[in-house]
Ligand binder design. Sequence first.
Ligand SMILES: NC(=O)c1ccc[n+]([C@@H]2O[C@H](COP(=O)([O-])OP(=O)(O)OC[C@H]3O[C@@H](n4cnc5c(N)ncnc54)[C@H](OP(=O)(O)O)[C@@H]3O)[C@@H](O)[C@H]2O)c1
Length: 351
Amino acid sequence: MSIPEIQQAWRVVGRGDPSKVLRFDRDVPVPKKPVKGEVLIKVHAVALNPVGYKIMRVAPSFVIKRPYISESDLAGTVVDANGTSFKEGDRVYGWIPVPTIIKTRMGALAQYTRVPANNLVPIPENTSPVQAAGITLASMTAYQALFDVGGLQPEQSVFINGGSSAVGAFAIQLAKAAGCTVTASASGKNEEYVRSLGADKFVDYTKAPLHETLANQPPTPKYHVFLEAVGLIDTSLYTNSEAYLAPGGTFVSLGPQPKGFDIAAIVKVAWKVFLQPRFLGGTNRSWKLVQVRHKREDLEQIARYVAEGKVKPIVDSVYSFEDTLKAYDRLLTSRATGKVVIKVDPDVSTE
Ligand SMILES: NC(=O)c1ccc[n+]([C@@H]2O[C@H](COP(=O)([O-])OP(=O)(O)OC[C@H]3O[C@@H](n4cnc5c(N)ncnc54)[C@H](OP(=O)(O)O)[C@@H]3O)[C@@H](O)[C@H]2O)c1
């Protein structure tokens, strides 16, 4: 397989929004010498995650030097197996975690990239590269949030706030695959979508404050785990959770997101979730944060679920490599239902 010397890539050259700091470069050297344990991938498709634009916006250059190639999730073909268990021509998907991007400045938004072999699995027969590209980060987050952090057990019940977010959609499917009962929220237009993912019950969060809706009609039994899969800065769902989260149950957050760099909002959240004692109105339920990390066994388990059809990859929209900025615009609406995917290789089939 002939590998070119030079490639096209989207590189982050400053600090700010994608439209301001992403540059399409046509003369980026192909990283032809993967280090031990890495393979070189010809990238077919890349899926966006909010963490990509969040780092662009906030990370100072002493954390990540510019220029760097952004994004974690990808699917592609191995073109240099570099002595790993893969062979040239293998179709794979997986991810480049953020700490690796910070170290190598080499993310997924390029025609060729280096990826640790341990972070890749074969694309299942029933899955296209475009679908596979968006599986890893969101599904591993959902898996770790539910089972590692939340301690969810088969046959227990879980509430997923944001059932139509990418993480929420995988969480619904993974909880159902484990035999749990799932209630999920979204705006009314997404009810059918959320139910099609397997949710047993649906709540439209736009009709009334969600914590009031849940407290007015508490479930029996109460939820064992409450997954906040949106990143809300408002802590009301947690502070009112004694009404609908079982004693000993866990409230799992993907990380409350202030608008901009709002120290006061962050301090308020810390007070509400960690510091406020019960006699001062604190909540008698545990609040835990998930921070997705690489776990080979999770990657493999999710790949098995996908191959068995128990978990379906979800694609909101597909953009050409040249239209990458439009793909970020779509993600930034916070209205996507599934993954926003960029077809880096125009010849790769979408289905
Ligand atoms: N901690 C970690 O390791 C980790 C890992 C991955 C992601 N995250 C964070 O998790 C969050 C979600 O990421 P994502 O990629 O899943 O997002 P996403 O797919 O872009 O989320 C879009 C969806 O969110 C729903 N939504 C927006 N506001 C909502 C609300 N108030 N209540 C319920 N649903 C709402 C929208 O549905 P409607 O149109 O129906 O409102 C839309 O379908 C982000 O903040 C991301 O940074 C954290």
